[in-house]
Ligand binder design. Sequence first.
Ligand SMILES: Nc1ncnc2c1ncn2[C@@H]1O[C@H](COP(=O)(O)OP(=O)(O)OP(=O)(O)O)[C@@H](O)[C@H]1O
Ligand SMILES: [Mg+2]
Length: 228
Amino acid sequence: MLLEIRKLRKEYRRGDAGFLAVNDVDISVGENDFIFITGRSGSGKSTLLNLIAGLARPSSGKIVFDGRDIGGANEKELAFLRNSQIGYIPQGHGILFNFTVLDNVLLPFYFYSREGDPKKRALSLLEQTGIPHLVGSYPDQLSGGELRRVSIARSLINSPCLLIADEPTGDLDPQTTNDILRMFERISAEGVTIILVTHEVDTVSCGNRHLIMEEGFIREADCFQRYP
Ligand SMILES: Nc1ncnc2c1ncn2[C@@H]1O[C@H](COP(=O)(O)OP(=O)(O)OP(=O)(O)O)[C@@H](O)[C@H]1O
Ligand SMILES: [Mg+2]
């Protein structure tokens, strides 16, 4: 298993009371999995992804990634893991507005400081996400959907083995949504494990597993049904 999640909990406080945004979540993710997680707004999807990406700390439970319990990792180790092995597409886009599109895509490469010239790969990813013509533009000249596609290209620059995508097609039109999902299918076929969150059930048109999140709990969908 690439990722083992056991009895995972995340407690938040609201006023005087605590509540579990993620509640006793158990998931085993294999290397060939392409998983869709659906659930209503506020059900804990983003919180769960943030825990897996090491952006938030669990209240209790275990996350074992590639044989390593990341609960015990320090911030520096988590950042290294995120930049080297995990591609993360945050809800929204997380694009930095004072950098060009190209530099935004290259950013994780510089954090990870690998050898070589990543520019060719960045251009190829922008090609695959359908926005090669925007390479030199600044983000304030881009539409919401274009920013989303920059974020997708950026998540793939370091060739991650796990791709975590939080509503990656949230504000895209049906045709572009379809293009992006086909791209994820190709990435999955190349051996990248994918966990994709969406609250639009009709985007579950690919993948091999469908999990449903409800008030912090998660369960496998009764039958895996793809939408055409
Ligand atoms: N930092 C925080 N502090 C307190 N409560 C939080 C925090 N982050 C999220 N929550 C709460 O935890 C619950 C789960 O939030 P989360 O963002 O994980 O939901 P979601 O399923 O991703 O929703 P959406 O589909 O709207 O993105 C919500 O009730 C939210 O208000
Ligand atoms: Mg969310």
